[in-house]
Design a protein around this ligand. Structure first.
Ligand code: ASP
Ligand code: MG
Length: 451
């Protein structure tokens, strides 16, 4: 959704996908970050700088609109440009009011942050739908706040599938009428009608929720890379796009660091066995990655994901020895502070866990210190080998550790899910360690064609 050329590309992809397609869009690139920054800036006292960010968002959208209408030359409905410009002005005026309120109160609640961070999608979806009409398509905008109903957990809301299903009749109706529906991802509203969001990157998740509800033939995630890769191609040489992945493999990869897909996207797809495609708007002919229930491959390791900037917490306590209830106590502390744990390993007298850097762990550490000695290792990276037959294939662990022999390893975990072998190394070693693993499991001779 970067610029007018991208919008046109998106619309031609939608047009070709056949009438009745439901399109769920994210914000224009960088907008969500700017909105969040504006809210924080206002809260921290600099209202002028916050207003400036808002102006930037307004101008960017007006520029895209003008460029789009120039691009299509003879719009089917020229007056829609005014409709769009009005929408931009209304929403950015609203944003300025919110910013003033936040500044005045000096407080930014998760609820107000959702009202603000959702503006990117509330802009982009309305505008793209009207641009589609101007382009001559039979398209309608549907406000996701009217359809995607969630609980009131602002910032990471959970959809109420029953209510959303009943609201989604409008979508099935549009499909039947042969109309294109265009809506915003990432946001919805709670039962009081207050805007909520599903969490960063949540547009993919919105798409698969709507896909499940209307019983779509396929859920396609269109992004700027051709599918899910064997590893992050920006950092890892010879990483290549994977043709097929099983639902579990894709979910595991997304969760453990593959950023192309929001981790929750796969869940709704599994429920109705709907294939998910990850495709590239810049290269629409590229098959991308197909994710479905019984994807197959010759290679036990399908991909190597990594997540930098995590923290490892280790709790050492002799009270753990031969005692029951110790682990329960540890985890209740994490539960109380709503910090989620990725990996866990235990020994007789210690437990190690990985948590996200963003998590609020100071209180956790404070409370854990009452039951044992706590050590926190920051700036760590979690590296995960993912593959369906990882554990049943012989020699995988040996190959992995041979490749990693130059890198000190803080933690190892294998087996809780039979498709994941994870290690933790220092941030600074992460890329080289992943490259070493990639070189071993995907040697140059193994091209995508013979995988
Ligand atoms: N715009 C939202 C974000 O940046 C949602 C998304 O892009 O999927 O997190
Ligand atoms: Mg995304």
């Amino acid at each position: 959704m970067k610029d007018a050329a991208a919008w046109l590309r998106v619309l031609s992809i939608v047009n070709e996908s056949g009438v009745g397609t439901i399109t769920v869009v994210s914000a224009t690139s960088g907008t969500t970050n700017k909105l969040i920054l504006a809210a924080e800036t206002a809260k921290n006292g600099n209202l002028d700088a916050a207003y400036e960010l808002c102006d930037g968002i307004r101008n960017k959208h007006i520029e895209i609109l003008n460029a789009f209408f120039d691009l299509i030359d003879t719009p089917a409905q020229p007056h829609l440009l005014d409709v769009c410009v009005n929408h931009v002005n209304n929403l950015t005026d609203k944003l300025n009011h919110y910013l003033l309120g936040i500044h005045t109160l000096g407080e930014l609640t998760p609820k107000s942050l959702d009202a603000i961070s959702s503006i990117g999608e509330r802009l982009s979806s309305f505008l793209l739908a009207h641009c589609a009409e101007a382009y001559g398509m039979n398209a309608t905008w549907v406000d996701s706040a009217e359809v995607l109903i969630t609980d009131s957990e602002f910032g990471s809301a959970t959809p109420d599938m029953k209510e959303t299903t009943s609201r989604a009749r409008i979508l099935s109706h549009n499909v039947k009428e042969g109309r294109f529906t265009i809506m915003g991802g990432f946001y919805g509203s709670d039962k009081n009608g207050t805007i909520t969001t599903l969490g960063r990157g949540g547009s993919d998740y919105s798409a698969s929720i709507f896909g499940l509800i209307v019983g779509a033939d396929a859920i396609e995630i269109w992004t700027d890379v051709s599918g899910m890769f064997t590893s992050d191609p920006r950092f890892i040489k010879q990483a290549f796009s994977i043709k097929e992945l099983s639902f579990n493999e894709a979910a595991e990869l997304a969760y453990f660091g593959a950023k192309v897909l929001h981790p929750a996207t796969i869940q709704p797809a599994i429920e109705k066995n709907i294939p998910v495609y990850v495709k590239n708007t810049y290269e629409p002919q590229h098959p991308g990655t197909r994710i479905f229930s019984d994807a197959d491959s010759d290679s036990p390791v399908r991909a190597i994901a990594f997540k930098k900037d995590i923290t490892v917490l280790t709790i050492i306590s002799s009270r753990m020895l031969l005692a029951w209830g110790f682990l329960a106590k540890v985890f209740s502390i994490f539960e109380k502070h709503e910090v989620s744990v990725d990996l866990v390993t235990t020994s007789e007298v210690s437990i190690s866990m990985t948590v996200d850097k963003k998590a609020n762990i100071d209180h956790v550490i404070e409370e854990l210190s009452q039951i044992g000695t706590v050590k926190a290792y920051h700036n760590q990276a979690l590296i995960s080998l993912v593959g369906k037959d990882l554990l049943s294939s012989r020699g995988i662990a040996a190959m992995a550790f041979e490749a990693l022999s130059d890198f000190p390893i803080r933690m190892i975990s294998q087996g809780s899910s039979d498709i994941n072998l994870s290690v933790v190394v220092e941030n600074d070693h992460a890329i080289n360690a992943v490259q070493a693993l990639h070189d071993v499991f995907f040697p140059e001779t193994k091209t995508p064609e013979n995988l």
